[in-house]
Write a protein of this length. Structure first.
Length: 436
């Protein structure tokens, strides 16, 4: 069964692209797909045959540089230089965990009205709104400019219309992380997560790789095959948006944060999809004890394979930021080099997170808004970035103009968390923090 947001043609196109980017030889598969179209064959009638041919393609490839097993990932990490100096005082830690939660909700709200937009489309809209470059939540424009209208469902996330963090799948997963810990503790398994997904998420409330994994779970497929079986979205951003909780509960311990992230991501993602969550979780963990953006980024890279496409793209973005020093020029470079990926792929979106971190120069507003104006999956990238910056600054130092509109409220699909207080979520998170 295809997810309601998909057609078989979209799945074929996405899988072909994924195979090519992973280094597989897709020439014969492409010829077969093209012949179907030339012969007028309805592709939906040959779904099983398509996936059988995909399996044949995969048998001819190697994954030495980009494994999906934790033991092999760790072998391929670069030298790990980060060391935590001392235990964080309890009061300071509470402030930082709360800050990370708040800033994540701010970032998700900020990016929601223009989620998935290109850099040019965002710039055009903000110029019409007389708000470029952006320095606050996205304004609504009346009448809306033709062709660049914000998402209709997201009116409650535009400037002046925000009264809480409205329900969003990104933040559902952060809350799900807390629920996982409250039920299974820090030793949760990938199978535990799968069970809670089925118990808490409606199928049409999740998307791409998560929807594929959900379908596989229902059909009695177990992890890690849930991530690889007929899942063309296995390297999309979905796992990365689930990283935050593992960083929150492991302040100063990027390796453990990345390990928990691996257990989570292995349910639905492979290769760079896994690395994206491991990198983000490690960065968030380090942000509790380090405020230098470059050191945070490097500590995250130290938990994933050095020669993976994600690592190379992040290092390239760091070089551009160092050489050019102008966020617009770097954003253009990211778009130029990584626009081949889907707007919700993990690689291009991670580069936009890195851009905001490096060229935001420690300013909360600049950091979030630069990443947003870069484009792609903006509610995801700004939310992850919010966790990092919130952990650095702590709740007490976050700008009130950003956090006050949320009224400390967040909605969710997760059972028992439908209407939550953000500060209460932070307090509950503290029960699982390991602060050695």
């Amino acid at each position: 069964m295809l997810h309601k947001h998909l057609t078989f043609e979209m799945v074929v196109r996405t899988e072909m692209s994924a195979l090519f980017e992973e280094g597989y030889d897709v020439q014969n598969l492409k010829k077969w797909v093209d012949k179907l179209e030339d012969d007028g064959v309805e592709r939906a009638l040959v779904t099983d045959e398509f996936w059988k041919r995909v399996d044949v393609v995969k048998k001819g490839a190697k994954d030495e540089e980009e494994p999906s097993q934790l033991s092999r990932i760790r072998v391929l990490r670069p030298e790990r230089k980060f060391k935590k100096n001392e235990k964080i005082a309890d009061k300071e830690l509470q402030n930082k965990v709360y800050g990370a939660w708040l800033a994540r909700c701010v970032g998700c709200t900020l990016g929601k009205p223009i989620e998935g937009w290109s850099r040019n489309k965002i710039r055009n809209y903000l110029q019409v709104a007389d708000a470029y470059p952006l320095d606050f939540y996205v304004p609504a424009v009346a009448p809306e400019p033709p062709g660049i209208e914000p998402w209709k469902d997201y009116a409650r996330t535009t400037r002046g219309n925000i009264t809480k963090m409205v329900r969003d799948d990104d933040t559902d997963y952060t809350i799900m992380g807390l629920k996982i810990l409250e039920i299974y503790g820090r030793s949760f398994t990938t199978e535990n997560i799968g069970y809670l997904w089925l118990e808490n998420f409606p199928y049409y409330g999740i998307f791409t790789a998560e929807a594929a994994a959900y379908r596989n779970l229902v059909n009695d497929i177990s992890p890690p095959e849930t991530a690889s079986y007929r899942n063309p979205y296995r390297e999309y951003i979905g796992a990365q948006i689930r990283a935050d909780m593992w960083g929150y509960v492991n302040p100063g311990d990027p390796e453990m944060a990345a390990e928990m992230a691996f257990r989570d991501s292995a349910l639905s993602h492979t290769k760079n999809g896994i690395y994206g969550e491991m990198w983000a979780a490690a960065c968030i963990a380090v942000a509790f004890v380090e405020n230098d953006p470059l050191k945070i980024i490097q500590a995250g890279l130290a938990e994933i394979p050095e020669n993976s496409r994600l690592s190379k793209a992040v290092r390239q973005t760091v070089d551009w930021a160092r050489q050019l020093g102008d966020w617009e020029k770097v954003a253009d470079k990211i778009t130029e080099h990584f626009d081949k990926y889907d707007p919700i792929h993990v690689i291009n979106n991670t580069c936009m997170i890195v851009l905001g971190l490096l060229l935001g120069e420690g300013d909360f507003t600049n950091t979030l808004c630069i990443t947003l104006m870069g484009g792609y999956d903006t509610d995801c990238t700004c939310a992850t970035l919010g966790s990092i910056v919130g952990a650095i600054m702590g709740a007490e130092d976050l700008p009130r103009k950003w956090i006050d509109p949320l009224n400390n409220k967040v909605d969710s699909l997760i059972r028992g968390f439908e209407r939550s207080n953000i500060q209460d979520l932070a307090k509950r998170t503290m029960r699982f923090v390991k602060n050695d």
